[in-house]
Design a protein around this ligand. Structure first.
Ligand code: UDP
Length: 367
């Protein structure tokens, strides 16, 4: 029996892992187990996704919780090492770019347990992003590199990764989105009539932890709210900033601030939106697949395919004319759900989980 252990800890990990776990549960002679580090622990940032993605409860929960980067990463490493020393999986699979990803890759490498990275090779080249540190180091440690878009392969090859270690699989987060759309019977965008909906998500430290930049963003959102209905599901790390900033307090009435939405509710809002304003990685990808225009408030993206797809504009929150960019994006027209040729060429077709599962089994049996 090939023992495969998935390590997840934060919201975006769950959508990336679900299709892989599902594909492996129907593969003969494979045992697929889930370890949750507890990096995200609020019910609305964690538990509900197991229900919404129809995942079984984790086999192991470390319950590490929040802390500084060092405290969290070290806590996960200590708990994870104990688990793998007793369970001895054949392959450890890590997802995305969070502290859980890095911690599990590091422990696996030191214990000589083969590690696979789903969403390898993405690079923002912005070393100030904690996620970029996690991505680069994880890719150096992982022995199987599963990439979601062509830039992933290019970046890994430039950094000297062995060509045989890289597999282009498509995007498993898009699989989760495609199955939800099928379940809900959504085949086309359904823009909300009237003033139009703008959906906002913000949580990157570069936007949220800089008081000046955060005030600029909140003022921009206030201007958008004059002509549009704004829905802003607030990430736990952003709420304090809104409550403590002067502009935030003034505009609170004009922005519909809600708790983080459950996945089906969030996807329904994306499908209805005239525009998405975000700094999320996954939301850039999901909006591209849905054909919803997206204004990404950052100076770089590690997901250039979303810009090539024509739905995403990257503009730093200190840039001059955010309002003009938002208007241009709203006025544009975009390919329908799943029809974007750039994404199709990268196999964003709802079957990436199967390809990742096949690659994992081949890899596991060859180690
Ligand atoms: N998401 C959600 N509810 C929300 C906001 C986001 O279900 O209120 C989902 C979204 O559809 C995507 C994932 O969370 O699948 C993205 O997570 P996040 O933005 O936290 O992380 P990032 O992608 O930036 O690493």
């Amino acid at each position: 029996m090939l023992q495969i252990l998935h390590v997840v800890g934060a919201r975006p990990n769950f959508m990336k892992m679900a299709p892989v776990h599902q594909a492996l549960t129907t593969t003969p002679s494979v045992q697929s187990r889930i370890l949750h580090t507890g990096q995200h622990y609020d019910r609305l940032m964690s538990d509900v996704f197991f229900e919404d993605l129809r995942l079984p409860l984790p086999d192991v929960s470390l319950g590490v919780g929040s802390g500084s980067h060092a405290e969290q990463t070290a806590g996960i490493m200590i708990g994870f090492e104990k688990q793998v020393l007793s369970a001895r999986p054949d392959v450890v699979v890590v997802y995305g770019d969070v502290n859980s990803t890095l911690a599990a890759a590091l422990v696996s490498a030191k214990l000589g347990i083969p590690c696979a990275h789903v969403e390898a090779g993405l690079r923002s080249s912005d070393w100030a992003m904690p996620e970029e540190v996690n991505r680069v180091v994880t890719d150096r440690l992982a022995r199987l590199l599963l990439v979601t878009e062509p830039s992933g392969r290019r970046n890994l090859e430039r950094e000297g990764a062995a060509a045989g270690a890289i597999v282009e699989t498509g995007n498993t987060m898009i699989d989760s989105l495609a199955s939800l759309l099928a379940r809900e019977g959504i085949t086309a965008r359904r823009p909300r009539p009237g003033r139009g909906l703008v959906l906002v998500t913000l949580h990157r430290p570069s936007n949220v932890d800089h008081a000046g930049r955060f005030e600029t963003i909140i003022s921009f959102l206030g201007t958008l709210a004059e002509d549009h209905d704004l829905v802003f599901p607030v990430h736990p790390r952003t709420r304090n900033q809104i409550e403590s900033s002067a502009v935030g307090k003034r505009l609170k009435g004009r922005l519909e601030l809600v708790e983080p939405l459950r996945y089906p509710a969030f996807v329904r809002r994306m499908v209805e939106a005239a525009l998405i304003v975000t700094d999320s990685g996954g939301v850039q990808e999901e909006s591209a697949y849905l054909g919803v225009p997206c204004l990404t408030l950052r100076s770089t993206t590690e997901r250039p395919i979303t810009v090539d797809a024509g739905t995403n504009i990257i503009e730093s929150s200190c840039a001059g004319d955010l309002g003009g960019t938002a208007r241009r994006l709203i006025a544009g027209s975009y390919p329908g759900i799943g029809e974007n040729p750039v994404l199709r060429a990268a196999h964003w077709d709802g079957r990436a989980g199967e390809r990742v599962a096949e690659a994992l089994v081949r890899f596991g049996r060859s180690c």
